[in-house]
Design a protein around this ligand. Structure first.
Ligand code: HGY
Ligand code: MN
Ligand code: MN
Length: 416
């Protein structure tokens, strides 16, 4: 068996076909996907993924948070496995590749190893982490967070979706509560292949992102309480308008992020207006502020400034104001040794590459707390993601998966 030289590559057509077949499950209305976590579509996607992994000779384990693990044995069963994976759940108006490329790219690595008759000393495990997106149940990266000991399982299973359904009930409803203790598995390393979800790689003409760090984030859920009243007959000076408060705070979030440039972002993406009637002044608004930076000091400063601004706006308008952090992780530094392995694989394969900081959060950010972890990125068209028009090229998908193949083979130790 030759050492995995530059000629060892994955099967691009098979990878692309798998991506397109998975995209048919939980389709969106504009060419993307709506396969939200713990929906029937998520359950259907999980079953398809299970069929594919078992057809590739792997055996499945599932933990009590529904995290799926498929193992390809190595020659040394005592050796800690090398993990690779990401997430199959999508945003409500998500793309076909966010998360899915990392899961199906990992499957393609195993399929290629099978084709080539490659044996490794360490076992290899392909992973699908439950509820990475945090769209239906906040926070994001929920199940990998339980795995890493960030959240308790009780907290996670108590999280409610906008319809008041609990995570634990929905996981049971789709039949994916496993029997493994969450976090019991030990890893030699974990790799996550992911689309960049930003414009840098494409703009720089690079095929591979060697991810050295991930920016940190806060999700602050703000509840403003005012007074429902008639939009027509209530004089302006008698209004206690929670909707106006939300609008002013949203503008302040933007200004605060702009005041910390470069390397700071902020927006409000989710808003619930009550009673959400055309001719009623909103008496209550619940909205989530998303602020991020790779720099700890900026991240902390923005949180403090947003909270001060929110309370000041509420006081001006006579609104009640409560703020609850519903998501957080500090900036992440990935494992330098694994980063070097990824960079070396890109060089060996001849792919143009650059070091990059991940703008989005990923399961790797939490697994990095409990095992040596890093990420590999490929470009996406116009940097667009969390949009049904999200697009990548088959060449980018193949290149990222080739790098994943070579990185994993190096760390898992090919047996001659
Ligand atoms: O929010 C994020 O960065 C990730 O897409 N869940
Ligand atoms: Mn993702
Ligand atoms: Mn995402």
């Amino acid at each position: 068996m030759p050492a995995p030289g530059e000629n060892l590559r994955i099967n691009p057509a098979r990878l692309w076909d798998s991506l397109m077949d998975m995209a048919k499950i939980g389709p969106g209305i504009a060419g993307g996907c709506n396969r939200q976590t713990l929906t029937d579509a998520d359950g259907e996607g999980r079953h398809l993924f299970k069929r594919w992994c078992e057809a590739a000779g792997m055996t499945m384990g599932v933990d009590t948070m529904g995290n799926m693990f498929f193992t390809r044995p190595g020659t040394d069963p005592e050796a800690l496995p090398v993990y690779m994976g990401s997430h199959l759940d999508t945003q409500p108006t998500g793309g076909k590749y966010d998360g899915v490329l990392g899961v199906l790219g990992a499957l393609e690595v195993v399929r290629t190893m099978n084709d080539m008759g490659v044996t490794t000393r360490h076992p290899i495990v392909v992973t699908n982490w439950t509820n990475e997106e945090g769209a239906r149940f906040a926070p994001a990266m929920l199940a990998s967070g339980v795995f890493a000991g960030i959240h308790t399982e009780d907290y996670a299973k108590s999280r409610l979706d906008p319809e008041g359904k609990a995570f634990g009930d929905e996981l049971a409803r789709i039949g994916w509560v496993g029997d493994e203790v969450v976090g019991a598995r030990k890893m030699k390393a974990m790799f996550e292949l992911h689309i960049e979800q930003g414009p840098i790689l494409e703009a720089e003409g690079k095929t591979i992102g060697v991810v050295t760090h991930g920016q940190g984030l806060w999700w602050l859920e703000i509840t403003l309480t005012g007074k429902d009243a008639h939009t027509g007959s209530t004089p302006m000076n008698m209004r206690v308008n929670a909707g106006l408060g939300m609008a002013r705070i949203t503008e302040r979030v933007h200004q605060i992020a702009m005041s910390h440039q470069p390397n700071a972002v902020g927006a409000v993406g989710q808003v619930f207006v009550h009673p959400n009637s055309r001719n009623v002044i909103p008496g209550k608004v619940v909205f989530t502020v998303d602020i991020r930076s790779p720099e700890q000091a900026k991240l902390d400063a923005m949180r403090a400034e947003v909270e001060r601004a929110a309370h000041a706006v509420a006081a001006e308008l006579g609104l009640g104001c409560s703020i609850e952090p519903v998501g957080h992780f500090d900036p992440v530094t990935f494992n330098p040794d694994l980063v070097r392995v990824v960079r070396g694989a890109a060089e060996k394969l001849g792919y143009a590459h650059m070091d990059i900081v991940s703008g989005a959060g990923h399961d790797a950010c939490w697994i990095n707390r409990v095992a040596p972890t890093t990420m590999i990125m490929c470009p996406c068209v116009d940097g667009l993601s969390h949009n049904e028009a999200e697009e990548i090229s088959p060449e980018w998908a193949a290149a990222g998966t080739d790098v994943l193949l070579h990185a994993v083979l190096e760390v898992a130790e090919v047996v001659e």
